[in-house]
Design a protein around this ligand. Structure first.
Ligand SMILES: NC(=O)c1ccc[n+]([C@@H]2O[C@H](COP(=O)([O-])OP(=O)(O)OC[C@H]3O[C@@H](n4cnc5c(N)ncnc54)[C@H](O)[C@@H]3O)[C@@H](O)[C@H]2O)c1
Length: 382
């Protein structure tokens, strides 16, 4: 299958490109290197040193004989995107290429506007590109579980059956996103659903949970293939951030009470979920939604898990409850369905102490790269 990975230089996209290439797919990457520029803007870095994309793909070719073509450019530049689509004629377009940090989108007006333009316009261009150049191509779009918010009823996979005033219908599940970033994903979902209906686009919206982990079998093959790992208050996600905090002797920074519960998955499951979606394409005109996570944890559960393993490894780790910079419920009901990917063959890698220990040991080698002042949250929702 010819597969384009947009955002293929990023945390999820890079290991996915390698994994799909290893499975025998003909993979190419689109990326505008924006994520590396945001590190410069925020005076931050990946705790792991990451090679340039060209060096990464050259090493991959040397090790496996497999080529991954790269296109450096912005999805917001439609002429660039069209040229890539004409050249590649992809069967599947995996769309990771968005600004994905909720705090980044909440910094100020400029960052909110940038996030929504980058994400919504980029995605709209992808939809037009598919319609005009490769109408049969399957769009595999990364959404987020954060689109749903935390309703007081179970979260379904995309749709809910409703009975209202004696009539029944199956409708898109209500969305209650918690940041301008999460809102951009909801806007994307609406645009995709609409174009499936009016143009017959085939699309899978993967409402992904928070991804943790660092390496996959492929990224471990050589230091030049190492994945990025974020730990700062803007791009670092819970679990990865806690593990890194523990290695530098910092308290694990739980926001508020820590009862905020979310869906999580290992990066090894992210790459497999993309493969499953690609191998089972949506029908023409179908807007299919999968909830892509494997387990649910509260933030405090995660902090306690990391604290336990870190203490076993000899770290003097403690938990600090910070004033919550976000506006969100800190104690709430949360239960979400996630059966569809499992029914298609996903075998989850669950979060054991050994998984935490492995990530902790991997980051130990680079702990001297941590910029300590970046570890605390610097962006407030209010
Ligand atoms: N990491 C998570 O925990 C998580 C959870 C849920 C959903 N997601 C979604 O998965 C996707 C990938 O996340 P990630 O953690 O790999 O993010 P990332 O920032 O590491 O990677 C995104 C990549 O897209 C590129 N990009 C951004 N805008 C672009 C544009 N306009 N044109 C071309 N390239 C562009 C960036 O340079 C970067 O390399 C995102 O859409 C994100 O919303 C991630």
């Amino acid at each position: 299958m010819n597969i384009i990975i947009a955002g293929g230089d990023g945390f999820c996209g890079w290991p996915t490109a390698l994994y799909l290439s290893k499975q025998g797919h003909d993979v190419s990457i689109i990326d505008n290197m924006a994520r590396r520029k945001w590190d410069v803007e925020l005076h931050s870095n990946s705790i792991t040193p990451i090679a340039d994309l060209e060096d990464r793909v050259e090493k991959w070719k040397e090790l496996t004989g497999r080529e991954i073509r790269t296109y450096e450019g912005d999805l917001n530049h439609y002429d660039f995107l069209k040229q890539v689509l004409v050249k590649e004629k992809p069967d599947a377009f995996v769309h990771f290429a968005e600004q994905r940090s909720a705090p980044y989108s909440m910094i100020d007006r400029e960052h909110a506007v940038f996030t929504q333009v980058n994400n919504v316009v980029g995605n709209l261009n992808v939809l037009y590109g598919i319609k005009e150049i490769v109408p049969d191509c399957h769009l595999i779009k990364l959404g987020t579980m954060g689109e749903y918010g935390t309703p007081n009823i179970p979260i379904e996979e995309g749709y809910i059956e409703i009975e209202h005033k004696g009539r029944k219908d199956t409708l898109p599940y209500p969305k209650q996103p918690g940041s301008f970033y999460h809102l951009s994903k909801v806007h994307d979902s609406h645009n995709i659903m609409f174009t499936c209906k009016v143009w017959g686009i085939r699309a899978t919206d993967l409402n992904q949970g928070v991804v943790y982990g660092l390496e996959t079998e492929e990224t471990k093959m050589d230091p030049l293939l190492t994945n990025r790992l974020d730990y700062d208050g803007v791009f670092g996600t819970a679990l990865n951030r806690f593990i890194i905090q523990s290695t530098i002797g910092h308290d694990l920074t739980v926001y508020g009470k820590g009862g905020q519960t979310r869906g999580f998955l290992n990066i090894r499951d992210t790459v497999r979920c993309i493969e499953i979606a690609a191998e089972h394409p949506a029908d023409r005109g179908e807007f299919r939604v999968f909830n892509q996570f494997t387990e649910e944890f509260s933030v405090l559960d995660l902090a306690n898990k990391v604290k336990k393993v870190a203490q076993e490894e000899g770290f003097n780790t403690d938990i600090a409850h910070l004033e919550n910079p976000r506006v969100e419920l800190e104690e709430h009901y949360f239960h979400a369905e996630n059966t569809k990917l499992r029914e298609l063959g996903l075998e989850p890698h669950l979060l054991t102490d050994e998984v935490i220990r492995d990530i902790l040991k991997a980051v130990m080698n680079h702990k001297n790269r941590v910029i300590e002042e970046n570890v605390l949250p610097g962006v407030s929702w209010k």
